[in-house]
Design a protein around this ligand. Structure first.
Ligand SMILES: Nc1nc2c(c(=O)[nH]1)N[C@H]1C(S)=C(S)[C@@H](COP(=O)(O)O)O[C@H]1N2
Ligand SMILES: [Mo]
Length: 243
């Protein structure tokens, strides 16, 4: 196969990559448009070569101090109300292709097996920071909801209006993908997405959506928004932001 790709690359590499991507079902939701062929090439290559790779993990001494917070906490009345109540009423709803759709409180999530990792959050703008992220693997949350084998994507939404994204099942079930409620030994600060955030450490920072409220399991990503897989990709960012 390698020889075939190499020989054809000079003539029409993107077309060949596209054919291989199609054969393996590795077409990202933002495959159309000017950058579409490049997006398909990147996504298909990563999924064929590095499906099981791990994001680099660091030691405690590498943790950035203080942790970088890109944004201030949301000012939406709904968020402020939940915050005033100590986030006791925060819910993570899990629906879509799940045998038992569920709604988790933070307490429910904290009763599932806890995992932590020290990884770097890398913004597309160039800055980054390293933190310990504490939470429950997204795969455990999905398993509790009984996701169906036809599942292809997990769509996730923020309490912040219009902020949503999605990952394929490779990243959804990856052991480092965490539904995160803690940071650096304590609670997750609201500036960094507290009380709940999805941490996707193998991709750029914008895939790690803050103020997580809903997970929807689907086999048809075109039904969400404009069908390009995320709010960010509707604005021209890559849906697949693997590093
Ligand atoms: N809900 C929400 N999540 C978000 C964002 C945002 O504006 N709103 N910004 C993203 C971007 S572009 C980056 S780089 C990281 C920044 O993480 P930090 O605020 O913890 O520094 O959060 C991501 N998640
Ligand atoms: Mo970012």
């Amino acid at each position: 196969m390698g020889l075939g790709i190499g020989a054809a690359a000079g003539i029409s590499g993107l077309a060949v990559a596209d054919r291989i991507a199609r054969r393996y079902g590795l077409i990202p939701p933002d495959h159309s448009g000017l950058y579409g062929p490049g997006e398909t090439l990147t996504y298909a290559a990563h999924r064929l070569l590095t499906r099981h790779s791990m994001a680099r993990e660091f030691s405690w001494s590498a943790i950035s101090n203080p942790p970088f917070a890109n944004g201030a906490a949301p000012k939406d009345p709904a968020f402020l109300r939940l915050q005033a109540g100590g986030f006791a009423d925060w819910r993570l709803q899990v629906d879509g292709m799940a045998a038992h759709p569920v709604s988790f409180s933070l307490g429910d999530l904290k009763s599932l097996p806890m995992r932590s990792q020290i990884t770097q959050l890398q913004c597309e703008e160039g800055w980054s920071f390293i933190a310990e992220w504490i939470g429950v693997p997204l795969s455990d949350v999905l398993e509790t909801a009984g996701i169906l084998p036809q599942a292809k994507f997990v769509v996730y939404q923020s309490l912040q209006e219009g902020v949503w994204d999605s990952v394929d099942m490779t990243d959804a079930l990856h052991p480092q993908t965490l539904v995160t409620y803690g940071m650096n030994g304590g609670e997750l600060p609201v500036g960094n997405g507290g009380p709940l955030r999805l941490r996707v450490p193998r991709q750029l920072g914008y895939k790690s959506v803050k103020y997580l409220t809903r997970l929807t399991v689907t086999d048809d990503i075109t039904k969400f928004g404009k069908g390009r897989g995320s709010a960010a990709s509707e604005e021209g960012y890559a849906w697949y932001a693997g590093m």
